[in-house]
Design a protein around this ligand. Structure first.
Ligand SMILES: Cc1ncc(COP(=O)(O)O)c(C=O)c1O
Length: 387
């Protein structure tokens, strides 16, 4: 491979060599739970599959390479990755968390960690000054998403990293919405990149998985311990599927982004649309930042319909090419209602403050032809207007 290989090349090859025995060009799925040891307590590379597995090791090396990091860890879900990472905290610790995060992340902080004595403050991190004033003597971690879910707001990663670095606490970036094909938080100064690999990284809506990548050797040591001790690891079969999905990540993300940008442009002027949230639109308030830290606006669009909850229901019911479903990042286009679905675990008052209204719908733009998707959206908008 050329040095250093480009992202597309890493996506196909990183962590994987043809099998030395058979020459097989695809990573073997090693289902064995245990590995023969030549001497007692002297395993070769692996001893027990929760602690380490060849297929998972290939995925972990590939993920680390894609994020420009050194150490990769794969998990059974994005929430499992988050939970394992959060076990580095202690009662009495404080976390500054972005205010517009995945509902399940909010739930983890509020309903799992808070009762254990770990407190999170939810802060609008679009302005770095808000981050600065939220940091306290007890703050042991900063956690954010960019673009955010579901409002597609951005956080300036370089600015956040500059504020966090002197405190020697980890800056954790959930990079699920962008994927490493569009944005590489570690390269911009973050300590940990987190993924729900369920989404773009696998990309085919057939695996639930998660990942953490870091270049910090001390943190990596702790994460390796916690990954094994907590045990929320993925199956070798799932690791194989994610590895296979990654091979097309670059090309998928390019098409997701092109189609989403075109649909966002068409939606901006469409009847029945009050607002389009898409960072790739020149009118997005953080478009300049998008151009600086992402290589495209990505494949997610959120849409404020000109109507109420019933209009949103009519819109979603009328869709034929988009599937009404949770999740995102697959080859098929999906539509959902954050207030009723993905973000229902956030209390209504909080959702209203954030701007997650009854008329907000979220679209995950798949790989279908742009005109078929546009026709479907036009049908949905017409149904929404038909009170
Ligand atoms: C941005 C983001 N982070 C984390 C998660 C959690 O991932 P998982 O569902 O794989 O546990 C999700 C799930 O939707 C997500 O959208």
């Amino acid at each position: 491979m050329a040095n250093p290989p480009a992202f597309e090349t890493l996506a196909v090859h990183a962590g994987q060599e043809p099998d030395p025995l058979s020459g097989a060009v695809m990573e073997p799925i090693v289902l064995a739970t245990t590995f023969a040891q030549p001497e007692p307590a002297k395993p070769l590379r692996f001893d027990y599959s929760r602690s380490g597995n060849p297929t998972r090791a290939a995925l972990e090396a590939c993920l680390a390479a894609l994020e420009g990091g050194t150490f990769g860890f794969a998990f059974a879900s994005g929430c499992a990755a988050a939970t394992t990472l959060l076990h580095t905290l202690r009662p009495g610790d404080h976390v500054v968390c972005g205010d517009d995060v995945y509902g399940g992340t909010y739930r983890l902080f509020e309903r799992v960690l808070r009762p254990l004595g770990i407190e999170a403050s939810f802060v609008d991190l679009r302005d770095p000054a808000h981050l600065e004033s939220a940091l306290t003597a007890r703050t042991r971690m900063v956690w954010l998403e960019t673009p955010t879910n579901p409002l597609l707001r951005l956080v300036d990663l370089r600015a956040a990293a500059e504020l966090v670095r002197p405190r020697e606490i980890p800056l954790v970036v959930d990079n699920t919405f962008a994927s490493p094909a569009l944005q590489r938080p570690l390269v911009l100064g973050a300590t940990v990149a987190l993924h729900s690999t369920t989404k773009y990284v696998n990309g085919h809506s057939d695996v639930v998985g998660g990942a953490l990548v870091t270049s910090d050797p001390e943190l990596a040591k702790r994460l390796a311990f916690l990954q094994n001790a907590i045990g929320a690891v993925p199956s070798p079969m799932d690791c194989y599927l994610v590895l296979r999905g990654i091979k097309t990540l670059a090309i998928r993300m390019q098409r997701h982004g092109e189609t989403a940008a075109e649909l966002a442009r068409r939606l901006e002027g469409a009847a029945g649309v009050r607002h389009v949230h898409y960072p790739g639109l020149p009118r997005h308030p953080q478009h300049a930042l998008c151009r600086r830290q992402m290589s495209s606006g990505g494949g997610m669009i959120s849409l404020e319909l000109d109507g109420d909850l019933e209009a949103a229901r009519r819109f979603l019911r009328a869709l034929r090419v988009f599937t009404l479903a949770e999740s995102l990042g697959g080859v098929e286009s999906l539509a959902e209602h954050p207030g009723l679905m993905t973000h229902a675990s956030i209390p209504r008052e909080r959702r209203e403050v954030l701007g997650i209204t009854d008329s907000l719908v979220r679209l995950s733009i798949g790989l279908e032809h742009v005109d078929d998707l546009w026709g479907d959206l036009e049908g949905g908008l017409a149904a929404a207007r038909r009170a």
